[in-house]
Design a protein around this ligand. Structure first.
Ligand code: 3PY
Ligand code: MG
Length: 268
């Protein structure tokens, strides 16, 4: 078997526009449904959603037949945790809360095999290599592994230039919710100061030559960010999709029911 190519990473380096969705339902079935929905990339969230490596494995397996790139967001920068997500077959890691270049450099080492990094080697026992079914997996793994770091704090914002310029960081992704909180505007990512910080960061990242991305659910704002240099976006999450559709469906049938009168067939 040949090494699976990381089309998301390729797209980042080519500046291709890529639209994605966060997955927090922890379900292989919903992951598979969304894998066939036309997104360029999907992100299994193990930072806030209760996903563990075994659950991530099951979702990656469910999505494998579909033409979509899948990344994983670990809950921390722990190289042992990152190793497990890489070993179950994630080719893209989106690391939250990256505040300075030293953290970004440590993450680069975590996703790479020696001598470039510290990723542990156990190719015969892991799905990533298809249990040694992929020819020369360890020789090709680093090239197909993509590291996206999240800038989402005041410190990250102050250091965005240095973070973006770390060799081995493929892209920088802005987290508006945490950035808003860090800037003193908890729950208000639309605050003018947050918006200005986002625009500043996107322009800095794009100017550094690295791909810039952001979580944005408003189409007009997404277009604005695209013009400012963003090349990949996440436009929502599966949990919100399900909740919003369920609320709408229930309301459509419950709230619009006309009151029954004595002449209604069921009462006569
Ligand atoms: C954030 O907004 O803080 C995120 O991490 C993702 O959007
Ligand atoms: Mg965040």
């Amino acid at each position: 078997m040949e090494m699976p190519l990381n089309r998301f990473k390729q797209g980042l380096h080519e500046g291709r526009w890529q639209v994605g969705l966060f997955l927090g339902l922890c379900s292989p079935t919903s992951a598979e449904i969304l894998a066939g929905a036309g997104f360029d990339w999907l992100l299994i969230d193990a930072e806030h959603a209760p996903n563990d490596p075994a659950q991530v494995l099951a979702q990656l397996q469910a999505m494998a037949p579909y033409p979509v790139s899948v990344g994983v967001r670990p809950s921390s920068h722990d190289p042992n945790l990152i190793k497990q997500y890489l070993d179950v077959g994630a080719q893209t890691i989106l690391a939250p809360m990256v505040d300075d270049a030293a953290q970004a450099e440590a993450l680069v080492r975590a996703v790479r095999y020696p001598p470039a990094g510290i990723r542990g080697v156990a190719a015969s026992i892991v799905r990533a290599s298809r249990w040694n079914g992929i020819k020369d997996y360890v020789a090709h793994a680093d090239a197909e592994t993509c590291l996206v770091v999240q800038v989402e704090t005041r410190r990250g914002l102050e250091n965005v230039d240095q973070i973006a310029s770390v060799a081995g960081v493929d892209a920088v992704f802005i987290g508006p919710a945490d950035l808003a909180a860090s800037l003193g505007h908890l729950g208000d990512s639309g605050h003018p100061e947050v918006r200005a910080a986002i625009e500043f960061a996107l322009q800095k990242i794009a100017a550094s030559g690295k791909a810039a991305g952001i979580f944005v659910t408003d189409p007009a704002l997404a277009e604005k960010y695209r013009r400012l240099g963003a090349s990949f976006i996440a436009i929502g999450g599966d949990t919100a999709l399900l909740r919003n559709a369920a609320l709408k469906l229930a309301a459509a049938f419950r709230d619009n029911a006309a009151p029954l009168t004595p002449s209604s067939p069921s009462l006569s």
